[in-house]
Structures are given as C-alpha cells and as structure tokens.
Design a protein around this ligand. Structure first.
Ligand SMILES: *[C@@H]1O[C@H](CO)[C@@H](O)[C@H](O)[C@H]1NC(C)=O
Ligand SMILES: *[C@@H]1O[C@H](CO)[C@@H](O)[C@H](O)[C@H]1NC(C)=O
Ligand SMILES: *[C@@H]1O[C@H](CO)[C@@H](O)[C@H](O)[C@H]1NC(C)=O
Length: 421
C-alpha cells in the first residue's frame, strides 16, 4: 500500500509544532506511578531494563496466551517517553511510548477482550469515519512477522522482551501529528483486542525501527531526532526530517557512528559498535571481543545494559574512585551504595565516557548516577547483561541531541540542554 503524507499545511498559529518542511512533536516524560518513591521507581525501571535485555532467553513466555502464535520477541519495556498522536476522524489524542527498539505502531481498541488500563479512553473504531481493516493482501500485512488471516482480515500478534504483547486487527487510520490538526497521514497500525504486560501509563507503543511497519518507515522520513529531558515538568522535542533539518540549531560538536548490522533476528533495529569505557582519565582494560555483537540504541530501555564483563569493570572503577560501600537497597537488577556521612548527591563522581566507533559519549553525573538523598543511597543507572549484545538506554541519552540519519545510516549525537523552547 502506498502511504504518504496526505496534507502538509503550515499554520502560523502553531509555531512551536510546524517548522517549514519538517515535523516537530512534543515528547513527554511519562510520570508513571507517581505514588511510588523515586527509589522504588528506579528499581522498577531497572527490572524492566534487564527484562528487555534478557529477551534472548525469555522465549518461554508462559503468561502469554498467544505464545503458540509464534510471537517475535523484540526488546521492550521500561519505555519512559511518550509522544502524543491523534487517531481517527474526528482526531482523538493518545500518548504512545516512543520505542526505537521495535517496529509496530499500535493502540488498544474496542471491542477489547483484554486491555490494560490506559490514561485515555480506549480507541473505538466505530466512532471514526476514516478507520478500515486491512486485507491479508496488504503489503505491510505481509511484512509482519506474526500474522493470521481471518475472513480476509489481517490479524497480527506482536510481543516484546518484557512480556508485553498485543494481538488484534491490522488496520488503517488517519493519524494527526502535532497539537494542531494540520499534518495528517494514513497509517497502518495494530488495533489491539488482547493486550498484556506494561504500557507505562501510555495507550500504545510507537515503533521507530527500520521495519516497514514502523512509524518512520511509513512516513518515509529520512531521519528523526530526540532530545530527552529528565525533568518531568519540561517537554522535549522529537523532530522528523532530513539531516539538515534534524541537525539544525545544534551548537555543540556533532559526533557520528555508522549503524552496524544487528545479530540475526534484529536486522531492523539500530546497532552501533561499542569499543570501550573510560572512568576518570583511565580507559578500562576490557577485551574488545566483549563488544563483538554491538550495542542496540534503544529509547525504550531506561538503563543501559552493558556486557557483564564491561559492567563489572565499570562498577569496580566507580567503587574505588568514589569510595562507595554496598547498600541493602541493591537488587539483582540495580547496584546501590550507601553514603552515611555525606548526602549522596554531594559525592564527587568521575568523568565517564562510553566509547563507540566515531562517538565518545561523555556522560554527565546524572546520566549514570541516581541520587536518593532521603534514603542516603545512590545507585548506578546502568546494569549488566549476559545477552549477546549491549543496550544503550535512554537515561544515558538525556540532555543529548540524538539524531538518526536514516538516509546515511548514521547515528549522530551532540550535547544539548533538552527542553521545549
Ligand atoms: C498517567 O498519566 C496521566 C496523564 O496522562 C496522569 O494524570 C496520571 O496521574 C498518570 N498515572 C500514573 C499512575 O502515573
Ligand atoms: C491462525 O489462526 C488459526 C485458527 O484460529 C490458528 O490455528 C493458528 O495457530 C493461527 N496462527 C497464528 C500465526 O496466529
Ligand atoms: C535498608 O536499611 C535501612 C536502614 O536500616 C532501612 O530503613 C531500609 O528499609 C532497608 N531497605 C531494604 C530494601 O531492606
């Protein structure tokens, strides 16, 4: 099916959303479960991050009634950023998790056999004049890894590493981008009737991978960029456009790394080559082979998951540099340390650089340490994985302009303060 931008009208009344030629959307930080303490939230995020990384060994998937349907497992869970998209005619707004680690866009739909709770009313296809079910002959239906044909309707199932799954009708609908109603596109999406797992207080997931069914592929855009803020009261921007458009307004030095091929089964995801880690002025001695399988760049994982050998060296170097002692708040997913005599946020932390081919990613203290002054505890915002590849999570991408130059198959980063102008 040919999918294209139907209409692109620039309205002067909404200057923050439409800027000639490209699309800008607001990115909201998901304030999920705000009744929990920040430390509890961090533990949950760590658990989701590790679950997402553990996908290679999580094929059993017992809780999923659709396990027999051969659902492909993509890394997911712990998605912390949402973008608002409006679906249907008249358009209704739904928050979608921004996920560069998967390739389907879907929301929960009526009639719902099993739906998760979500912040907006469940989408009702019968209340939209532009909704249609897609036939099995649809090109994008054929690109789905797990589908079924029922009465010539394309049925899909899709699963993620953290056991989140959706099953429903593959459908077509008018999506409206931005807070104005100016930019519309006809998009094939999953209308989920049976869903489970964790939507982190969103109403669906927007996959940004290279898969044909992803939002970026369907829009036919040549690149996108995001700048994530950790301030939940601020909004950051997601931008779609050409290299020139996504690089615009970047003041710091831009570093780039060529995307490399992911392991078999992960060809549509974004991998770059990691080469090492520096703590303070010292490059840690980590065998190159540890990073052989590449690193997945994933907005949907909160805390980076480093190959175990690399993570353990990093942890050891930080313990020694910061004179840390273990805390009872540690779990198998997150390492925490106590600092009885000084507020955790006052403990001096060394410079940490994650090295990738072409990119030295300088982490600010807040990119790798979580301070819990009330509890007198600090935790590392990264974890180990025994998975074959590592994951670069969104905590490490905060306050950086992260640019996906799809046309040239490159990831670019530049330092930035991420907030809505
Ligand atoms: C979910 O998000 C809504 C706003 O979209 C907010 O009002 C609500 O408190 C959030 N719920 C949780 C559990 O964080
Ligand atoms: C498709 O549906 C049929 C009948 O309901 C079922 O036997 C089959 O397992 C399904 N296949 C997939 C891939 O869902
Ligand atoms: C850790 O120890 C402190 C102080 O004894 C206590 O308040 C806290 O509840 C303990 N935390 C856990 C997770 O056991």
């Amino acid at each position: 099916m040919h999918i294209s931008l139907l209409l692109l009208i620039i309205s002067l009344a909404t200057p923050t959303i439409c800027i000639l030629g490209d699309i800008q959307l607001e990115l909201t930080h998901v304030d999920y479960g705000h009744q929990l303490t920040k430390l509890e939230l961090a533990k949950r995020a760590a658990s989701r991050s590790q679950a997402r990384a553990a996908l290679l060994t999580s094929k059993a998937h017992n809780s999923n009634p659709l396990s027999r349907a051969n659902i492909p497992f993509y890394p997911s869970g712990g998605n912390e950023y949402a973008l608002d998209l409006a679906i249907g005619t008249p358009p209704r707004r739904y928050p979608f998790l921004l996920d560069t680690g998967s390739g389907l866009i879907w929301t929960q739909c009526k009639p719902c056999s099993r739906c998760l709770s979500q912040p907006s009313p469940i989408f009702d296809p019968f209340k939209s004049s532009t909704f249609s079910r897609l036939p099995c002959s649809n090109k994008l239906c054929q690109d789905l890894d797990s589908k079924n044909c029922t009465k010539n309707h394309c049925m899909y199932s899709y699963g993620y590493g953290d056991q989140t799954y959706t099953y429903g009708g593959f459908s077509s609908e008018t999506f409206t981008f931005g807070t104005s109603t100016n930019i519309k596109a006809q998009i094939a999406f999953g209308c989920g009737y049976i869903n489970g797992g964790n939507l982190n207080n969103c109403s669906g997931i927007a996959g940004f991978s290279k898969a044909a069914t992803s939002l970026v592929s369907q829009l036919g855009i040549s690149g996108f960029s995001h700048c994530m803020t950790d301030d939940i009261n601020k909004r950051s921007l997601l931008r779609f456009g050409t290299k020139e458009e996504i690089y615009r307004d970047i003041k710091g030095t831009v570093q780039t790394s060529k995307f490399i091929d992911g392991p078999p089964g992960y060809e549509t995801l974004y991998f770059i080559a990691m080469t090492g880690i520096t703590v303070g002025t010292k490059r840690l001695s980590i065998p190159k082979s540890v990073f052989n399988k590449g690193t997945l760049v994933d907005s949907g994982t909160t805390f980076s998951q480093l190959p175990e050998v690399a993570y353990n060296k990093l942890k050891k170097a930080l313990i020694s540099d910061m004179k840390l002692s273990a805390s009872n708040e540690s779990t198998s997913q997150i390492d925490c340390f106590s600092s009885p005599s000084i507020l955790p946020s006052r403990v001096k932390a060394p410079k940490v650089i994650l090295h990738f081919k072409g990119i030295d990613m300088n982490l600010a203290r807040g990119n790798y340490i979580l301070d819990f002054d009330e509890e007198g505890v600090l935790c590392l915002a990264m974890g180990p994985t025994t998975n074959s590849f590592g994951i670069l999570g969104n905590k490490q991408q905060i306050n950086m302009q992260v640019m996906y130059d799809l046309k040239n198959s490159k990831l670019a980063i530049a330092p930035n303060q991420c907030y809505k102008k």
